[in-house]
Every structure is written in C-alpha cells, then in structure tokens.
Design a binder for this molecule. Structure first.
Ligand code: NAD
Length: 518
C-alpha cells in the first residue's frame, strides 16, 4: 500500500482512529493476551471511495492455535468468579463502550458503510446486551424438579461450556460479537472472535476496550481473544475441538458447511444465516404506518441487514396506492456518504456487492419482472469512486426464481395477493425463515399470523418492520436461516452445559420406575 492511498480517509478522521488505538499501518490483528499477527496484511477499505484506510497484520492458523490455548487458560480463572462479580466486569465493559459510543459508531460507519446513526445504534446494541447480561448475573437460575424417589432432590445446573468461538459477518461488525460475547462471558466462558475479513479495525478497537477492562480487574485479557483473518482462520475454528460452541453469523452457503464440520466433531453451534424477509400489507391496515416501515426496512443499511425486507406482498386492492407512495418516497431517499447528515442510504460494503446488485437486476428483467424505480449503479459525480447503488423497487410474481434467494442489496420485490391464506403461503414459500411482518388492524388476522398456520419464521412481527429487533427477545430464524437463537429470552442457556443432578439424602437406594434390583 502506498501511504498516499490511505492518506485522506485516515488523516481526515485521525482523531477517531487515535482515540480507538488504530494506526495507519502495522495494526496487529491478533490478541491473545498480547497483540501480534503472523498472517497476511489486509487492508481496511472505505466503501465510500474504495481507498485503503489502514492496514492490519491478520492472524494465521498458528496464531489461532496459540490463542485457543490462552483463552482456555483464562477461562479457568473466570469460571471460578461468582456470577454477580462477573456481572460487575460486564458493567465496566459497558461503561467503556458508552465512553466510546460515538467514535466506535463512526468507525463502524467508515469501515462497514452504514449511516452514522446506525453505526452508533449498533454500539448501543452492545451496551444494551451488556446491561441485559448484568441483570442475568443476578438471575441465572436452574430448576428444582420433583423427584419420584423419597429422600431425593433433582436439580439442574448451568455451567460454562469453556470456549465460545464467534465468527461474525461484515454487516454488524460490533453487535453480533456483542450479543454473543456478553452472554458467553456472563455464563462463565472465554471467547475467541474471528470477525469478517473486511471489518478488522472495528474488531481491534472493540477488543482494545475489553482488554483494558479485563486488565483493570486483574483478569487475564486473553479471556476475550481476537484472531482476524479469512476463510482459513474461520475453518480452523470450526474444526477445532477446543471450541466448545461455535456461534456463526453469515451466509447460508458458508453456514451450511460450518454447521456440518462442527456437527461432525459433535461440537455445538449457533447458526445465524441468511434471510429472505417479507412484509404482508393487508387492505385494512394503516397505510401511512406501513409505507414508513417499508422504507426503513428495505432501504436502511442499504439493504445489508439480515432482516432487510426483500419481498413486499400487497393485497391487490391497495397495491397501486401503496406503490405510488413508495415510488415517491424512494425518489426522495438521499444516497451518499454515511457520515453526511440527511443521508439515508450509504454505499454497499464492497465492489463485489455492486456486481450482485447488477446481476439481480438482470435476473429480474430476464424472468419478466419490471423495475419500478431505481435499478442503476450510481457512477456520476462525487459518488463515482464508491459502491453506491440506487434503492430499487421491482414488480414480480411470487413464483419467479429471483424472489427465492437473498441478494444482500437494496432491492425490494413487490407482488400481489387476494386472500390472507395466499399471502401466508407466499411468505412461507422460500427456503429461509428469519423475519416476517404483517400490517393489519384485524385481530383475527394477527392471531392467525402468529399461530400454527401463520408465518414459519423465527421473527413474526405485526405493524412494525422486519428489521430493528430488540435485545430482550430471542433472535434468529428457522429453515435455511439455521435455527439458532441469540440475545434475549433464554438464549443464554445455549452457552451452558446443562447438568441434571439427582442427590440422594435418604441413606436408602430406591430406584426410579420402582425397579427392585435384588
Ligand atoms: P459470509 O458467509 O461471506 O462470511 C461470514 C463469516 O464467515 C466471515 O467472518 C468469513 O470470513 C467467515 N467464513 C468464510 N468461509 C468460512 C469457512 N469455510 N469456515 C468458517 N468461516 C468462514 O457472510 P457475509 O457476507 O460476511 O455476511 C452477509 C450474510 O450474513 C448474509 O447472508 C446475511 O443474511 C447473514 N447475516 C445473518 C444474520 C443473522 O442473524 N441471521 C446477521 C447478520 C448477517
């Protein structure tokens, strides 16, 4: 890399980088108690202009090997700490994030390309889950189960698994790690993180904050280890028996392979994979509310959320009215630099994603669909150096192949239906099962939608968009979305080894099921 190539972005935002401990070159991408890296040098690229912002020396499989030993050693100390005391350490991690909310959010915007409020919001999500984990540190509890034998007690224990590996996707470079790490830590595990290869700076900045907090508490900082890198490091984590639970967030194609490898060694996995999310709009709904929600759900994060709305299923009688409103709204969406005020849609994360956008549009045309608005890569003026595309609405039919796959870009396919049953069938007739929503004011429609003959997704919303989940609920999806659940509710149990303990205090030996064994 020539320093000139990275001068402008780095120098323009030098203050942020320095506050977060990021250099222009020579950033070490591995942390296992000390900062190092023996892998290849990887650039971090600004999607606004495709300039190199900084360079990272990534990790190798040798680095991974050492880090896995270090995290296991650290976990032996951590697991002995009473859970409410662990909670206090998580509280200090939360405070460190709060102090750095803005710079970290800005780094997310710079490196991933989402708009600044969404970058800051993503760090806030990590803050929220740490608060949630702090609450858990006082409430984690197991069941006391009635025993059928006299003088016996049955109870459940929830102990840590050991090491939790976290492989994360580019689009939530902070929050996905935050969700996993907060729950893994409160339940007594060590964590080893392999972030997306294109967001290494964010992972280094987060790990530095955690390192400082752990050192302040005289805890081994290898408890939150980091190995940046690509497929080789990810595959190494999937194969390694020292990784007791692997939480993988990414595409269905990669997740399918990772899941099989982990299952092959009888490891545990949480799979959070691709979505193909739909909103159903009923004629009895509040159309204003629906239109605003659809815009946020389809255009927000430039269509790069796993929960982005990709299919809009509209009752025939209101289709024209709703589409007219949406076309007007789409025409007003400001696409541009994610740090600029008023911009709603930033760039796609990589140049390759622009290719995905173009291919998806070609397929719409080939399969007989129509482009209602958008449909171009923005190649003129100040946006010409970046990965900018116009948010797009299409008109298709539900049987077209194009609506069956997730293209991770801001294209929303619209289609019509006549009856609720037909709409639910369309919603469910894809391989993925992450998020879904219906707009209606009819209670019986709502209860059908959330019941056994309703949406087959993990997230089933009413009168809100498909995206923007709160951390209090369990997050994840069915079918080819992988079946994993993270974040709230009882997701913490997945980070634990469940023990069923029967304690005999009777002095006799009555057997279960009344068996008399001589
Ligand atoms: P990706 O599958 O390309 O990469 C995800 C991670 O897997 C990266 O860290 C990558 O380096 C790693 N990886 C690649 N090959 C590997 C291998 N053989 N073994 C182990 N790890 C490997 O995904 P992406 O492009 O970064 O992210 C976008 C995808 O993630 C979309 O499909 C999106 O829907 C999905 N996603 C899902 C959720 C969810 O919660 N369901 C959340 C965010 C993103």
């Amino acid at each position: 890399m020539t320093s000139a190539r990275c001068l402008s972005t780095f120098d323009k935002h030098r203050e942020i980088f320095e506050q977060l401990g990021i250099d222009k070159t020579n950033n070490k991408g591995v942390f296992d108690g000390e900062w190092k890296g023996s892998g290849s040098i990887m650039p971090s690229i600004n999607p606004v202009n495709n300039e190199v912002m900084a360079e990272v020396v990534t990790g190798s499989t040798d680095d991974l090997n050492t880090a896995l030993d270090r995290v296991a050693e650290a976990q032996k100390i951590w697991r002995e700490m009473p859970v409410p005391k662990r909670g206090q350490v998580l509280l200090a991690m939360r405070d460190a994030l709060v102090k750095n909310l803005y710079p970290l959010g800005k780094l997310v915007a710079l490196e991933m390309g989402k708009i600044l409020p969404e970058g800051v919001g993503e760090v806030q999500e990590y803050v929220d889950i740490l608060e949630y984990a702090l609450g858990l540190s006082r409430t984690l509890s197991g069941a006391l189960i009635p025993s059928e034998r006299p003088g016996h007690v049955m109870l459940e224990t929830w102990n840590p698994l050991g090491t939790v590996g976290v492989i994360s996707a580019f689009n939530f470079p902070v929050a996905v790690y935050g969700w996993n790490s907060a729950l893994a830590l409160v339940t007594g595990n060590g964590v080893l993180w392999k972030p997306a290869p294109t967001t290494p700076l964010t992972s280094i900045a987060v790990t530095r904050l955690l390192e400082r907090t752990l050192r302040d508490h005289q805890l081994p900082p290898a408890l939150c280890s980091l190995v940046t890198g690509g497929t080789e490091v990810g595959a190494g984590l999937a194969q390694d028996k020292r990784v007791n639970l692997l939480s993988f967030t990414g595409s269905t194609n990669v997740g399918r392979k990772v899941g099989q490898v982990v299952q092959g060694r009888f490891g545990k996995s949480i799979l959070e994979l691709g979505g193909n999310n739909a909103i159903i709009v009923m004629e009895d709904c509040d159309l204003d509310l629906a239109a605003r929600a659809i815009l946020f759900a389809a255009v927000g994060t430039a269509g790069q959320r796993c929960t982005t709305t990709r299919r809009l299923i509209v009752q025939e009688s209101i289709y024209d009215t709703l589409i007219e409103r949406l076309v007007k709204a789409y025409a007003q969406v400001k696409v541009g630099d994610p740090l600029d005020e008023g911009v709603l849609c930033g760039p796609l994360h990589t140049k390759d994603a622009v290719g995905v956008y173009e291919q998806a549009l070609d397929k719409v045309r080939q399969q007989g669909g129509e482009i209602l608005i958008g449909g171009q890569v923005l190649k003129d003026g100040p946006l010409s150096q970046g990965n900018f595309v116009a948010p797009t609405l299409t008109k298709v039919t539900p049987d077209m192949d194009i609506v069956k796959n997730e293209a991770f870009v801001p294209i929303l396919h619209t289609m019509t239906f006549k009856t609720l049953d037909e709409a639910i069938a369309i919603n469910n007739n894809v391989a993925q099962g992450l998020s879904s929503s219906i707009f209606t004011n009819n209670p019986s429609t709502i209860f059908k939608w959330i019941g056994p003959a309703g949406s087959d997704c993990g997230i089933i919303n009413v009168n809100i968009p498909t995206n923007g989940a709160e951390i209090g609920g369990a997050f994840g999806g069915e079918k080819e979305t992988g079946g994993g659940r993270e974040s709230g509710s009882d997701s913490w149990k997945q980070y634990c080894r469940r023990g069923t303990c029967t304690i005999n205090y009777s002095g006799a030996l009555p057997l279960a099921q009344g068996i008399n064994f001589g």
